[in-house]
Design a protein around this ligand. Structure first.
Ligand code: UGA
Length: 435
């Protein structure tokens, strides 16, 4: 046990909550994770983790075995003797794009009379500026400070990101409460930034907006590279060495998506409108993403046309549907957005994804989901790689070519090896890479 082992309650066991709970337990704190979903709680008590998140399963097991981690369906009772309560609740896109705070507000109502005096409540969910204040008002407890401590975890590397953070941001007005929350992370080697709650809340949105902006930039840059005969990977390598720019988040693809960037950029846009602030860069970042997906579909259609086929009625093999590799998450997946555009223009879609199977994922109104990429390639007029699973690079492309009717493979993420495709007699159409 560390010198300062705290009694922590984490409300919500999504990938943020469960990662937070399991990692804090691994740092020696005594953690109870509460969730309203009884079936989920029962599975977690058995050490079963439904999320595809490296090392999380092991941490949950270790925490359960070591008696430092427990799960409950009774949120109100769980907070009875808590020293710190983290709210890790969904804040989906609500009406008009604003973050929907219903879950946060409901839990605040459930726990307000059960929180012990001096307990600290911490918003970890991505929430609009002013939410810490709003939660404090809902709790109506002058003896319970409310802080904001946003997470910057990526799905698929959440445990690594939690245990090796770039920074820890804690916002709020009560110095003792800030100390207590900072103390939870003492074992981690990262700068701790203390600020006002509004600063911490906005920092989370600003970070995700900036990342999305970089991606929209990279995608437009790739289109420009195609138009002028430059290679986007060379251009981004060259600019990325400037520390003011940095090399990360400049890989082009079929647009950005996932459970966070789309909802957070929309929520920030709504917040800007509410505050009477015009932020054209934010609007352009979102609009560029949509336009980029239309552009990709136009390119696929133009290629088919050039080969005497039409997108309407063409059979396309889609490789990858999740919003990025290493996750089974389909929320706001750019691959699905592209698939919908293709379908709307009459293409017949057969898809394979290493994380998905037709038994557990029903996408039958959009496409046929098969297990094996070669099955997806059967009779395909073209193949489109939409998620950067390394499995696709390692495929037997000669075999794939044998199943396909057409000869073209679109690879907007640059996953595939051009030489291997050339050997298989396939034409590789990347994005921002000279052919
Ligand atoms: C994102 C942020 O990266 C995290 O810092 C943040 O904590 C998290 O949202 C959140 O708010 O909870 P995540 O949604 O897991 O994390 O996904 P990313 O790894 O950021 O990827 C987002 C999208 O951008 C994916 O569709 C991905 O394929 C795409 N992407 C990413 C690219 O197209 N190119 C890149 O170079 C990087």
């Amino acid at each position: 046990m560390p010198a300062e082992s705290r009694r922590v309650v984490v409300v919500g066991t999504g990938y943020v909550g469960l990662t937070t709970g399991a990692c804090l337990a691994s740092l020696g704190h005594r953690v109870v994770c509460a969730d309203a979903d009884a079936a989920k709680v029962a599975a977690l008590r058995r050490g079963e983790v439904a999320l595809l998140e490296p090392d999380l399963h092991e941490l949950v097991r270790d925490g359960l075995d070591g008696g430092r981690l427990a799960f409950t369906g009774d949120t109100a009772a769980a907070v009875d003797d808590a020293e710190v309560v983290f709210l890790c609740l969904p804040t989906p896109m609500g009406l008009g794009g604003a973050a929907d705070l219903a879950a946060v507000e409901a839990v605040a109502g459930q726990i307000r009379h059960r929180l012990p005096a001096g307990c600290v409540v911490v918003d970890k969910s991505t929430v609009p500026v002013g939410t810490a204040e709003r939660v404090a008002a809902l709790l109506g407890r002058s003896d319970v400070p409310v802080l904001s401590n946003p997470e910057f975890l990526r799905e698929g590397s959440a445990v690594h990101d939690f245990l090796h953070p770039d920074r820890i941001v804690i916002g709020g007005g009560d110095p003792a409460a800030l100390d207590r929350v900072a103390g939870l992370y003492r074992a981690l080697d990262a700068p701790v930034l203390r600020c006002a709650a509004a600063d911490a809340e906005l920092a989370k949105y600003a970070a995700n907006f900036f990342l999305a902006m970089k991606l929209s930039f990279a995608n437009n840059l790739a289109v420009l590279c195609d138009a002028v005969g430059a290679d986007v990977s060379e251009v981004t390598a060259a600019i990325g060495l400037d520390p003011r720019i940095g090399p990360a988040f400049l890989r082009p693809g079929p647009g950005w998506g996932g459970s966070c960037l789309p909802k957070d950029t929309h929520a920030l846009l709504t917040a800007c409108e509410g505050a009477g602030v015009d932020f054209p860069l934010l609007r352009a970042t979102i609009e560029t993403n949509v336009a980029h997906q239309h552009h990709l579909v136009d390119r696929i259609a133009a290629d088919l046309d050039a080969g005497g086929r039409s997108l309407a009625g063409a059979r396309l093999a889609l490789l990858g549907l999740t919003f990025k590799a290493g996750t089974a998450d389909l929320r706001d997946s750019p691959a699905l957005a592209v698939a919908r555009l293709l379908r709307a223009r009459g293409a017949v879609l057969v898809a394979a994804d290493p994380a998905l199977s037709a038994e557990t994922t029903d996408l039958s109104d959009l496409l046929t989901l098969v297990e094996d990429p070669t099955e997806a390639a059967d009779g395909a007029d073209a193949c489109v790689v939409l998620t950067e699973w390394p499995e696709f690079r390692a495929l037997d492309w000669e075999r794939m070519a044998g199943h396909m009717r057409g000869r073209t493979v679109h690879d907007p993420r640059g996953v595939l090896d051009p030489d291997r495709l050339a050997r298989a007699g396939l034409a590789l159409h990347g994005l921002g890479r000279p052919r």
